[in-house]
Design a protein around this ligand. Structure first.
Ligand code: GTP
Ligand code: MG
Length: 429
């Protein structure tokens, strides 16, 4: 047998497993218990994102769901943009520790310029943090505080009409990143028949717009039936209240109105119990699992592909991190060189352009100077001519003045000698 055949034979022998009967009790049937005990010691984290307009009842529902009072301040209607506010609480039920994070999308839907981008960015940032931890040389995923969003409760305003376009756009942007459970908030403000039609309309709109909402899983036999029934009840119409009202001889959480009492945990009044069952008791682990295996996996794949990593296919060489890194480095350096060359060329062009512009300006200035010089000479010549004219006029005037003065003095002499002669003539006679 050739060396390569031998290798293939030994590989096949390793892959094939044989069933063996056990002679007695060994103890590995306790593996599930070991897992449970490890998980219980480690504790669980569950992160809920609440998206809905200001005052829709997000905080009240969270308080009602977990039967506690989380510290919450009312959101302002004057936020400049959508802000994500995470708050983490440690809860304990029996011996199970739950680190619950409630993230509020503050300011969402208040004004038209408030879009879903900050929400998408927040979800991505949590995936990125997890990926960074995974890629660390010394990683500690065991006690890492996982902040990835496991479920997004999308609060729909109980208008009875259709979904707002903002709701559709936002859910469409989020559906590949998070498990969305749509809920109709303040369901006590809408009549039963209207609610039924509203639910059908919402589901129709979600389907026709290709929005993928979270479907309760039906592959696990133990919960398949209940989950299938609950999928048909989506979106859940909920009522929240932390107020306790006496009904019969029992204190129940309810909203009291002049015409009656809406009991939060009465399934004839609203779907609150269905939501709590599905979200917390039946599908919490599936939501966590889906977040990791579907949404995070998609983020991770896209991110690693973006960084140049590829899986080897079929018979090709196994994936080499070193080679990928080198290839990416080379690609980066050549891109850097290309950019540098581009910038240098741009700079040279700019200098040439500026030089041409300066030359043009110089030429224009020179022309202007020559023109001004010509105008100046012309003006000088005209002034000189004027001066000569004036000088000639002045000398003509002087001559005329001298002639007039001479004539005047002659005339004066003539007139002053005539009376003397007359006196002499009188004396003689
Ligand atoms: P911000 O955090 O300020 O955005 O508000 P929010 O969405 O957290 O709403 P919050 O829970 O503070 O409730 C706002 C108002 O709605 C309060 O007056 C609640 O009593 C009332 N509210 C809450 N849930 C319901 C409900 O199911 N039905 C009715 N009718 N009112 C509700
Ligand atoms: Mg609130």
């Amino acid at each position: 047998m050739a060396a390569t055949d031998l290798e293939r034979f030994s590989q096949n022998a390793e892959l094939e497993s044989r069933n063996l009967p056990l002679g007695g009790h060994v103890g590995f049937d306790s593996l599930p218990d070991q897992l449970v005990s490890k998980s219980v010691t480690q504790g669980f984290s569950f992160n809920i994102l609440c998206v809905g307009e200001t005052g829709i009842g997000k905080s009240t529902l969270m308080n009602t769901l977990f039967n506690t009072t989380f510290e919450t301040e009312e959101a302002s209607h004057h936020e400049e943009c959508v802000r994500l506010r995470p708050q983490t609480y440690s809860l304990q039920e029996s011996n199970v520790q739950l680190k619950l994070t409630v993230v509020d999308a503050v300011g969402f839907g208040d004004q038209i310029n408030k879009d879903e981008r900050p929400i998408v960015d927040y979800i991505d940032a949590q995936f990125e943090n997890y990926l960074q931890e995974e890629l660390k040389i010394r990683r500690s995923l065991f006690d890492y505080h996982d902040t990835r969003i496991h479920v997004c409760l999308y609060f729909i305003t109980p208008t009875g009409h259709s979904l707002k376009s903002l709701d559709l756009v936002t859910m469409k942007k989020l559906d590949s990143k998070v498990n969305i459970i749509p809920i109709i908030a303040k369901a006590d403000t809408i009549s039963k028949s209207e609610l039924h039609k509203f639910k059908i309309k919402i589901m129709g709109e979600l389907v026709s717009n290709g929005v993928q909402i979270y479907q309760f899983p039906t592959d696990d036999e133990a919960v398949a039936e209940i989950n299938a029934v609950m999928n048909a009840h989506l979106p859940f119409a909920v009522v929240g209240s932390t107020e306790e009202v006496k009904v019969g001889n029992k204190l129940v959480r309810a909203r009291q109105y002049p015409w009656g009492v809406v009991q939060v945990e009465n399934e004839n009044h609203c779907d609150f119990v269905k939501l709590r069952e599905m979200l917390i008791r039946v599908n919490m682990e599936d939501l966590r699992e889906q977040t990791h295996s579907r949404h995070y996996e998609l983020y991770r794949r896209c991110k690693l592909e973006e960084m140049g990593f590829q899986d080897s296919e079929g018979d090709s060489q196994p994936f080499s991190l070193q080679e990928t890194y080198e290839a990416k480095r080379k690609e980066f350096l050549s891109e850097l060189q290309r950019k540098e060359e581009e910038m240098r060329q741009m700079f040279v062009n700019k200098v040439k352009e500026t030089e041409l512009e300066l030359k043009e300006k110089e030429r224009e200035l020179h022309e202007k100077f020559e023109h001004l010089k010509r105008v100046h000479q012309e003006e000088k010549r005209r002034v000189e001519e004027k001066r000569q004219e004036l000088e000639e006029e002045t000398s003509a005037f002087t001559r005329r003045k001298a002639a007039v003065e001479a004539l005047q003095s002659q005339a004066f002499h003539a007139t002053s000698q005539q009376p003397l002669r007359k006196d002499k003539d009188k004396k003689k006679s």
